[in-house]
Structures are given as structure tokens and as C-alpha cells.
Design a binder for this molecule. Structure first.
Ligand SMILES: [Zn+2]
Ligand SMILES: [Zn+2]
Length: 269
């Protein structure tokens, strides 16, 4: 910006540093993009993989399920039936040596910091995967696309770089991955150690975590009612996953197993 004239002399001009400006735009775009990608991946995780596939709490119309599977494939590289098997094992063997990620057995920080490794270790145990995912068979989409787990993330990163430039694309992918692993790790670690326990199980309800994990932080309620598509039952509890499911229901794109899940609450007290 130039300040004009002062007694015939031109005041010093300060030209904005375009490189700095570009760098700020890249960072800001990458952070926003990374957070949005993490939120969409968390929505797909909780609605499709967790509540839908692992617990059969709802069925999602293929017009929604396939895009969610494609997004999970490109943003995480995980195979939903393997995720469902590891998670079902967690429910079945809760807080025993067989539980793939129990903070009571392994320690809260070990589960938080090595959550991705613990998941991969559980996936390598093919006998357990086959046992817990017996009812989930690969379909044509899996055979052609989603079972090629390295291809998905490579495609996702390539798309990001193509649309936003390689610096912003790579940065956004890294931010998404870090946040996704960290927040979903918190469900397995902190949501089994600190927080409210309205029902008798080792899971806990962490309201702040629930806000950023599409309701997954209401983990005590989830362990009490695993077949309920809805996790929020008290004032102040936010379950954006359930809000999304309700919207899909209204659009006739999803069907929940228990139309009135609050009735289930009476059974568990
Ligand atoms: Zn749990
Ligand atoms: Zn579960």
C-alpha cells in the first residue's frame, strides 16, 4: 500500500508479501479441508460401518451405502467387513485379553497412541476376522474396488492434489488422517476410562468427544444398546450421526431396526 505524497516526497510503499499470503491460503484451505474430510469419514464410519454393518442397527439404501463405502475406501483404506469384525470382537470380549484394544488391559495411552497398530494387528488375525464377519461377504464392489486397500487412499490423495494443488492436497490428507486416527482412538481409549457411566459397562459417555465424532463419544450408551441406531437420550447429548440417520429415514434412504430405541432403555435400566 502507498501512503501518497508528503511535501513532494512519495511515502514508502509497503507491498504485501504475496508468498506469505499464498502460504496462509494453502494452510487455511488444507486445515478446513482436512477437518471436513475427517468429519465425513467419521460419519461414514459411525453410520455405515459401525451402527449399520457391525451392529445391524440400520440398513442403508445402496444409493447412499456405495458412496459412503467409496469415501471410506479413499479416505481410510479400511475394509468395512474387517472393521466390523474387529469391533464385534471388542464387544464380545470386552476388557479381556481377547479384546483388541482394551485400555483396562493395555493401558489408556497405549491404546490411544497405538490404536492404528492395534487395529492392523487384529486384522492380521484372519481366523478371528472370519469368525466375527461370517455374515458379511464381499460383493462385486469389494472385488473390483474396495478390497484393493492401497489403491483407495492413493486415488483419494491424487484427487485432492489434482483439485487443490499438491501442497494443499498432501497437507489436507495428513491433517485428516491425524485427526481421524486421534479422535477415533479416543473412543477406544478415553471413552472406556473417563466420563459418565449411566449404564453398567466399562464404556463412558464423553459429550465433547461425541460432538466431534458424530455421536461415537456416547460410548457407554452404545455398549448398553449396541443395536440402537440412536445414541443420544439425555439433554445436552449431541449425536450428529443420529441426525444424519433421521434425515436419511425421511428421504426413505435408511431403515432403523428399532423405531423407538428409548423403549430399549427401559430394559437396561
Ligand atoms: Zn467400546
Ligand atoms: Zn459398537
Amino acid at each position: 500500500m502507498c501512503g501518497g505524497f508528503d511535501r513532494g516526497r512519495v511515502l514508502t510503499c509497503s507491498i504485501p508479501d504475496l508468498d506469505d499470503y499464498d502460504a496462509r491460503v494453502h494452510w487455511l484451505t488444507a486445515v478446513i479441508l482436512g477437518v471436513v474430510l475427517m468429519q465425513v469419514a467419521t460419519f461414514a464410519t459411525t453410520v455405515y460401518m459401525h451402527r449399520g454393518l457391525a451392529h445391524r442397527a440400520l440398513t442403508v439404501n445402496p444409493w447412499v451405502a456405495v458412496p459412503l463405502r467409496a469415501f471410506l475406501w479413499m479416505s481410510t483404506g479400511m475394509r468395512p467387513r474387517e472393521w466390523a469384525a474387529v469391533h464385534r470382537r471388542h464387544h464380545a470380549a470386552l476388557d479381556t485379553a481377547e479384546d483388541p484394544h482394551s485400555p483396562l488391559v493395555l493401558g489408556v495411552w497405549r491404546v490411544q497412541l497405538t490404536n492404528a497398530y492395534l487395529y492392523q494387528r487384529a486384522v492380521r488375525d484372519r481366523e478371528q476376522i472370519d469368525r466375527y464377519a461370517r455374515d458379511i461377504t464381499p460383493d462385486a464392489w469389494d472385488r473390483w474396488f474396495f478390497d484393493h486397500d492401497i489403491l483407495g487412499p492413493l486415488l483419494g490423495i491424487a484427487l485432492l492434489c489434482l483439485v487443490f494443488g499438491w501442497e494443499t492436497g498432501l497437507l489436507a490428507a495428513a491433517i485428516h488422517l491425524f485427526l481421524y486416527v486421534a479422535f477415533n482412538g479416543m473412543v477406544n481409549s478415553f471413552a472406556h476410562t473417563v466420563g459418565r457411566r449411566p449404564y453398567e459397562n466399562s464404556g463412558t459417555n464423553l459429550r465433547v468427544l461425541a460432538v466431534i465424532t458424530m455421536g461415537e463419544g456416547l460410548h457407554n450408551t452404545h455398549h448398553a444398546l449396541p443395536t440402537s441406531a440412536r445414541l443420544s437420550f439425555s439433554r445436552g447429548e449431541v449425536d450428529l450421526g443420529w441426525q444424519g440417520i433421521r434425515l436419511l429415514q425421511r428421504l426413505k434412504l435408511a431403515k432403523v431396526r428399532h423405531e423407538d430405541p428409548s423403549k430399549l432403555l427401559e430394559r437396561v435400566g
